[in-house]
Design a binder for this molecule. Structure first.
Ligand SMILES: [Zn+2]
Length: 175
């Protein structure tokens, strides 16, 4: 359920609302308090190593448990996306990145518990720094280094990453 649907009471004055908000904004019928619902930002990287292969993790947890994904995660409040992508990749697979460039962004829905978080997923392309070995760390069941043509977009956990991978494959003329 979208987070706004849980706002039955005003978080400022406590008044029960006639109905939970349906749009992007909560506006209290009593005190006029307004609160805007926004997408949570996430960052992920398609990481290539020297032999041309790309890194995909297998997710250890839901949503998308057991499915492939580029490594990444949610951006902390106050954190830049460029900082978050380095941090998340270090935490999940222990790699240091080089030549990080922005690829594209896509909205997504991320169901965790009984809350469906609207997200904006930012995708980067990067190279693994030389001499580094990937490891399966936080939230990662296992990982694979695969040729671009061996991972079909449909194998990835979320529509946002499928679209980003499709775009990167098109840039490399892989159908
Ligand atoms: Zn109120």
């Amino acid at each position: 359920m979208n987070p706004s649907r849980f706002f039955h009471h005003c978080p400022r004055c406590g008044m029960q609302q006639p109905a939970p908000p349906t749009g992007n904004m909560f506006a209290c019928a009593g005190c006029g308090f307004r609160y805007f619902f926004n997408a949570a930002a996430a960052a992920a990287a398609f990481i290539q190593r020297d032999d041309g292969r790309w890194l995909f993790i297998r997710r250890a947890k839901d949503p998308g448990k057991g499915m492939l994904a580029p490594a990444g995660g949610f951006i902390d409040i106050g954190e830049a996306a460029e900082t978050a992508v380095h941090r998340e990749i270090r935490e999940e697979v222990g790699l240091r990145l080089e030549d990080v460039r922005f690829l594209c962004s896509h909205p997504n829905s991320y169901l965790y518990g009984d809350v469906t978080y609207p997200t904006l997923d930012l995708f980067f392309v990067a190279k693994a720094a030389e001499g580094q070995e990937a490891r399966a760390l936080d939230d990662v069941q296992s990982f694979v280094w695969a040729a671009m043509g061996d991972i079909a977009p449909e194998q990835l956990a979320f529509p946002s990453m499928q679209a980003a991978w499709r775009q990167l494959r098109a840039e490399h003329a892989v159908g």
